[in-house]
Design a protein. Structure first.
Length: 433
């Protein structure tokens, strides 16, 4: 559009040159007329000479004007051609630039698509890895649950065998002892299906063996001297009452926890303990503890809870063979509408009940694998009183001693527990153990 405008301006300029030419010719004609007037009286010959000279002058000027016009026209055309060439070059350059920009955009688009494909592939790979990890985790969980099931079965056998051994060795001979031995022996020898038909006999035996309080009358002086004497502080007036429900009161991790709670929180809470079995050689003495051995009747638990009147109940739960006993205790609390805090101390599923207000797991592993999500399910790691393991300031730290603290039963240790000591000895050291 700008080129047409420029061409129009040039045509206007040429037209102006033609107009100027006509003006010059008009001036020359006017001059000629004047000359004719001046020389009208001169001789005719002389007049013709002047006219001839004027014509020659006119022709010369006309040729000069035409030449100048032609020159101006050529210059204008040359300028137009140059501008057209420049415009054409600019258009070519612009087209090349646009082509490059198009290629660049296509390359960028291709790169974006390639990155998107790679990103999607990475996401798909990540999702596949997550699915494989979840599948592996499910398999590991299944293996862990199977291992727990096997351990529970082994613990069931070991618990009954150990309880039978403890009763034979520790308890004085009496009718209760004979009945207890008879019950445990029948339990070990009787198939599971047949046990259900013997439930009434079991209930009568447990009713006879139940409701025994811990005391020192039936415990030897040696057993009392070897036991830890729990220091029970005097509770404040109107202190809340708490009942600890523990399946048995033999040596184990739940019992020092209960003892620590009594010693350190005894002023804030009045605490009692109910259990299914009190050993004749207890690890802890001095606590208000009562034995309730009946597995198939809620009445003894209801009577106990009504008599104690607890504000809440702390269940130290590990399921296994003691699940029926725990179930009756928790169900009795539900009937009486007594809230429960359930401590899951081992890798087992919790006992779910509406009366349980908080499930406290011994580790995140137990909570994630066996527990549930939600604010009622939390992890609280059990603590230890290190003052019991702290040496006196005057005692030197030995450099040749290594030890292990565990209950020597199958549910805790096996024959492989000795291997670390063997490896230490094989490394050339001679520690005491």
């Amino acid at each position: 559009m700008r080129d047409l405008h420029t061409l129009g301006e040039e045509v206007n300029r040429l037209n102006q040159v033609a107009v100027n030419k006509d003006l010059i010719i008009a001036e020359l004609n006017e001059s000629l007329k004047l000359k004719e007037q001046v020389f009208s009286e001169e001789p005719l010959k002389h007049k013709y000479e002047i006219i001839s000279k004027l014509n020659e002058s006119f022709k010369f000027k006309e040729r000069a004007l035409l030449k100048q016009a032609e020159l101006d026209k050529n210059q204008a055309l040359e300028q137009l051609n140059k501008e057209f060439k420049n415009k054409e070059q600019a258009l070519l350059e612009q087209a090349t630039l646009k082509e490059k920009e198009t290629v660049t955009r296509l390359q960028a688009s291709l790169k974006i698509k390639e990155q998107s494909i790679l990103k999607q592939a990475a996401v798909n790979k990540k999702e596949a890895i997550i699915q494989l990890s979840e599948s592996l985790e499910i398999k590991e969980q299944a293996i862990a649950e199977q291992a727990v099931m096997i351990a529970n079965l082994n613990a069931q056998l070991n618990s009954r065998v150990m309880r039978l051994r403890n009763i034979i060795v520790q308890q004085p001979w009496s009718i209760k002892k004979i009945l207890h031995i008879t019950y445990l022996t029948l339990f070990l020898m009787t198939p599971i299906r047949l046990r259900r038909h013997l439930s009434p006999l079991k209930a009568r035996l447990y009713g006879f063996l139940s409701n025994r309080k811990q005391g020192t009358d039936s415990i030897s002086d040696i057993a009392v001297s070897n036991a830890y004497q729990v220091s029970v502080p005097e509770a404040k007036t109107n202190a809340p009452k708490v009942v600890h429900v523990i399946a048995n009161f033999m040596t184990g991790g739940a019992f020092p926890l209960a003892g620590d709670l009594i010693e350190y929180l005894g002023e804030e809470y009045k605490k009692s303990i109910i259990t299914s079995f009190i050993s004749e050689y207890p690890a802890y003495v001095g606590m208000d503890i009562e034995e309730q051995s009946c597995l198939y009747d809620k009445a003894p638990f209801i009577e106990y809870f009504k008599r104690i009147k607890p504000d809440f109940i702390h269940v130290h739960y590990w399921g296994s063979v003691d699940e029926p006993w725990y179930a009756k205790a928790i169900e009795s609390a539900r009937i009486l509408n007594i809230p429960i805090i359930e401590n899951i101390n081992t890798p087992v599923a919790p006992h779910i009940s509406a009366v349980v207000k908080k499930y406290v797991y011994v580790s995140n592993y137990v909570r994630h694998v066996f527990g549930h999500d939600g604010p009622a399910h939390v992890t609280v790691y059990p603590g230890s009183d290190f003052t019991r393991f702290t040496r006196n300031e005057k005692e030197e730290v030995p450099t040749d001693c290594v030890g292990m603290v565990y209950r020597l039963e199958k549910d805790k240790l096996n024959e492989d527990a000795i291997k670390p000591f063997i490896l230490i000895a094989q490394n050339g050291q001679k520690p005491k153990s």
